[in-house]
Design a binder for this molecule. Structure first.
Ligand code: FAD
Length: 336
């Protein structure tokens, strides 16, 4: 059920089998599997998943290629709730490991916030990442195009950019390397430093060798209409025509609540085994937060793996159930 400030009170004493932090593609998939394994689960989600910004999901088998991320989230949440799972709209501030049980501290509401603590045997960290975007004076101008034809994911949207004039917007020299992978789809690439960093002479030479212009001025604004970006206006007032953009500025990892726990990481990502278990035996990590490929289909598969491994752990510890009525009892011996 959807928990509210009023209805959550009777869940505070309950020890969940699993609390899933994050209700995006990964968390919802995990929740659906957990409920179907008859485990008790709570998904805590602060909203605005990465898939929420995904205007069209082009590569998920069985769904029409123009399916918006919002549809996937709505459908997934409805499915999870229909299986009796608990859902709370809240922000997880901290997870504490008390030995057998974790306590999960949450904040509800941005104003007049209330704070509560839930308890669980297992954690699934499904809180994802969020992309850094170019910082312009008018951020509305960025949001107008980001997720439409101002892309953030080459794997997702390379196909949308075939033979288009594409601007690549980086945060450092390393992040501009994506241009060479993008060239698989289109060679008509212009790179933008946005005036944020210097570029080495070796890198400049590689760009010249490939014929890719490098523009080092800050950007004033993106140009276009109806969510279709058609170019950029630079600080000096000149314009560059484009048909699409690819932002490659890195991501913020949503894992602050795990800070006090020592977990193996690679960069900001959590390292897991093939069943999505982290270096802590009762913490699993799935989707964009873990080392791997940032795709909806992968997040959903990770959710299935993590839920299944947790079910195996709990089931094996409980042992097989007996069909009591069929068990032959030894007759009670009478003593002489
Ligand atoms: C514009 C865009 C287009 C994309 N296109 C595609 C595509 O075509 N195909 C494809 O496969 N993938 C695409 N992706 C990538 C895809 O969206 C991600 O790989 C996928 O959403 C990852 O799912 P996830 O469950 O790991 O994370 P998310 O979907 O980001 O879900 C994580 C959830 O956790 C919540 N959360 C974070 N921190 C906390 C906290 N402390 N407490 C409570 N909740 C928290 C977040 O708010 C969010 O709701 C695209 C991404 C973007 C941005």
């Amino acid at each position: 059920m959807q928990l509210t400030k009023q209805t959550l009170q009777n869940r505070l004493d309950h020890v969940y089998d699993v609390i899933v932090i994050g209700g995006g593609a990964g968390g919802l998939s995990a929740g659906i599997y957990l409920q179907r394994y008859l485990l008790s689960s709570l998904i805590i989600d602060k909203g605005k998943a990465r898939s929420f910004w995904m205007q069209e999901l082009h590569n998920y088998v069985g769904l029409p290629p123009e399916t918006p991320g919002r549809t996937l989230l709505k459908q997934g949440k409805g499915h999870y709730l229909s299986l009796g799972g608990d859902w709370l709209h809240a922000y997880v501030e901290e997870v504490l490991d008390d030995g057998e049980i974790f306590t999960v501290r949450v904040k509800i509401g941005r104003q007049n916030s209330t704070y509560h603590t839930f308890r669980t045997k297992y954690i699934i960290a499904a809180s994802g990442v969020i992309d850094y975007l170019p910082t312009l004076e008018n951020m509305r101008n960025v949001y107008d195009y980001a997720g439409y034809n101002l892309h953030v994911c080459l794997i997702c949207d390379g196909y949308e950019m075939v033979n288009q004039k594409v601007g690549v917007f980086g945060a450092n020299e390393g992040s501009l390397e994506v241009a060479f992978s993008l060239s698989w789809f289109t060679p008509y690439i212009t790179l933008f430093t946005q005036g944020l960093f210097d570029v080495s002479s070796e890198f400049r030479q590689r760009l010249r060798d490939h014929g890719y212009p490098l523009i080092e001025q800050p950007i004033k604004q993106f140009l276009g209409a109806n969510h279709q970006m058609t170019g950029v206006e630079l600080a000096d007032g000149s314009a560059v025509d484009l048909e699409a953009g690819l932002i490659s500025m890195g991501s913020k990892y949503h894992a602050g609540y795990l800070e006090r726990l020592t977990l193996e990481r690679q960069g900001g990502n959590l390292v897991t085994d093939k069943m999505a278990r982290t270096s802590h035996p009762r913490i699993f990590a799935i989707g964009d937060l873990k080392v791997g490929m940032n795709q909806v289909v992968v997040a959903a598969a990770d959710g299935a793996l993590a839920a299944t491994q947790i079910w195996r752990d709990i089931r094996r510890a409980a042992g097989a159930r007996r069909w009591e009525e069929n068990i032959k009892r030894e007759p009670v011996k009478s003593h002489p």
